[in-house]
Design a protein around this ligand. Structure first.
Ligand SMILES: [Zn+2]
Length: 548
């Protein structure tokens, strides 16, 4: 006798979804990773300005052909699966770059150099001196208090601005209010925020660095090439967002002349640990970053599986894997002029192939109520270009959860010594729901019960963890307040090396993680309740407002 009970109907849907997980099979995954990570695809490097990538094109065509065969709706340009975006590489013409304090010109090389920039162009605004630019949140130290920094140049003593990430862990250095350089102690967003982040989120025009011995030592190696998504949007590596120049001591004296701030005091501030009070200098600085520009049009592969519920299908959940591989920084074989080929099998042919298998399962099982945006993105390894394009584009309005499979094919051999942070064959790391979302965590626990193919380790799921941000591809989604759930096997000695080869993959693990990931995705997508970010924000994302 048929039951009219909706709970029974939902149980039957779940049972059918579990059955559909059998579509995730080792032989297809083996074939797909072997192809994607083959020598023929040359490491799937993202097309760059001046550097096309036939290997990426072949891998993307392979994914697109599969989506077409499966009848997935194309979401790219002009009815294709390819979503293009623009990246520019700007090379400063140092014979033409100009700067001036008011009407007084500054000379490139003699008075200033560019310390960092992404995109060329003219920038002109008033200058505000902001001490060492570090907010100490618990002590209530705020060098920006009373100033509107939007659109302004910030003159700063920032001994660490030349290197290291803004969000780097505390290094045991002296507190910034007593100088000595180094990253402030404690947790970013909880204990302190640095100049780079404040400048970016406050919309500052640029940063002027007070010279330090370290900056002067690098003077002739000034940054002259910038490359970024254009137009630029939020970036996980915050320090690169706002252009920076360095002045010589002599040029600094000209800038500070008549402002009431002593150049001697500013130059000595780091070593004394005592900074003059913040002040609008009442002077304008103009820098024209004259550059020659080369453009490229890389692309993501994107498709949509429409949800079955007429209302809930307008809420999307993304299922993503980055398709591109990194380029090793240098040859690992001495004497090789070029970097060795890096086939990027675990990072991330594994997730790319796993997600193809998940699409088969989604099509075989009951169609979930919400729509699934399928993403194989590019540019992950060079600045999260592809995900920034999506997270800052119009689809972000619809996205309620971002699921990412990034490195799901490696296992620490049983009984072997620990290899880096690599997980065991029966375990996968997950980050996201435990910290961010009560209802998504409950659904994940349900998935672990119904799809018990692998265990989880939540060691990186900590509110202060860089695995939330900025270490992963999910970063731009988090920046936009979109909830995330990431599957990751941990990295080992093959990470970003030519030895990340397909024969080293644990195919059974890709199968198991893909089944769990499919189950978690299906349950979240079919729940009448929307995945909700409760409101707790990881400390490295202190500026973010979660979507509610
Ligand atoms: Zn990766």
């Amino acid at each position: 006798m048929a039951s009219a009970n909706p709970a029974d109907a939902q149980d039957a849907r779940l049972a059918a979804a579990k059955k559909a997980a059998e579509q995730i099979r080792a032989e297809e995954i083996r074939r797909d990773v072997d192809y994607l990570a083959s020598d023929a695809n040359m490491g799937r490097r993202t097309p760059h300005p001046g550097a096309p990538s036939p290997g990426y094109d072949s891998a993307a065509a392979y994914i697109a052909a599969r989506l077409k065969t499966l009848g997935i709706k194309p979401m790219g340009d002009s009815g294709t699966y390819f979503q293009h975006y623009t990246v520019t590489r700007s090379t400063l013409d140092t014979t033409k770059v100009s700067a001036a304090i008011g009407a007084e010109p500054l000379q490139w090389g003699d008075d200033f150099v560019v310390n960092n920039f992404l995109i060329g162009g003219m920038r002109e605004a008033n200058v505000i001196y902001v001490g060492n630019g570090t907010r100490l949140l618990k002590q209530g130290v705020d060098p920006y208090a009373g100033f509107d920094i939007k659109g302004k140049w910030l003159l700063v003593n920032a001994p660490t601005a030349g290197g290291g990430r803004a969000t780097a862990a505390a290094g045991g250095a002296a507190p910034p209010n007593v100088g000595r350089g180094g990253v402030p102690p404690g947790i970013v967003g909880v204990d302190y925020t640095t100049i780079s982040e404040v400048a970016r989120h406050g919309g500052a025009l640029g940063i002027i660095l007070v010279p330090t011995p370290a900056l002067l030592a690098r003077w002739t190696r000034a940054a002259t090439v910038g490359q970024d998504l254009n137009p630029s949007v939020g970036i996980a590596y915050a320090q690169f967002q706002v252009p920076r120049i360095v002045l010589t001591a002599a040029a600094l004296r000209r800038l500070l002349a008549g402002t009431g701030i002593s150049a001697d005091d500013v130059l000595a501030a780091d070593s004394l640990g005592r900074y003059p009070a913040s002040k609008d200098l009442g002077k304008r600085l103009k820098v024209d970053f004259v550059a020659t520009v080369v453009e490229a049009r890389p692309y993501n592969v994107v498709g949509l599986l429409e949800g079955s519920d007429p209302r809930l299908k307008e809420e999307w959940i993304s299922l993503a894997a980055h398709l591109d591989g990194a380029v090793p920084a240098a040859a690992s074989v001495p004497g090789n002029a070029l970097p060795d080929q890096y086939n990027a099998a675990d990072d991330n042919a594994s997730g790319s192939a796993g997600n193809l298998a998940i699409v088969r399962a989604l099509l075989a099982g009951p169609r979930p109520k919400r729509s699934i945006l399928l993403i194989w993105d590019s540019g992950e390894e060079v600045g999260l270009w592809g995900t920034r394009t999506i997270a800052y584009g119009p689809w972000s309005e619809k996205l309620v959860l971002h699921v990412s499979n990034d490195m799901i094919g490696k296992s620490r051999p049983a009984n072997s010594a620990r290899n880096g942070e690599l997980s065991a064959p029966d375990t996968i790391y997950i980050t996201g729901p435990k910290v961010l979302s009560t209802n998504t965590e409950a659904n994940l626990q349900k998935a672990l019960k119904e799809f018990p193919f692998i265990k989880t380790d939540r060691v990186y799921e900590d509110i202060g963890s860089s695995f939330f941000y900025p270490r992963t591809d999910a970063g731009p989604y988090l920046e936009r307040g979109i909830l995330i759930m990431q599957f990751f096997n941990g990295s080992d000695s093959d990470y970003h090396r030519p030895t990340d080869e397909p024969q080293k993959l644990d195919i059974a693990k890709i199968v198991a993680v893909s089944k769990l990931s499919y189950g978690a995705l299906w349950i979240a997508a079919d729940d009448v309740n929307r995945p909700r970010w409760d409101g707790i924000v990881p400390s490295t994302l202190w500026w973010v407002t979660p979507k509610r």
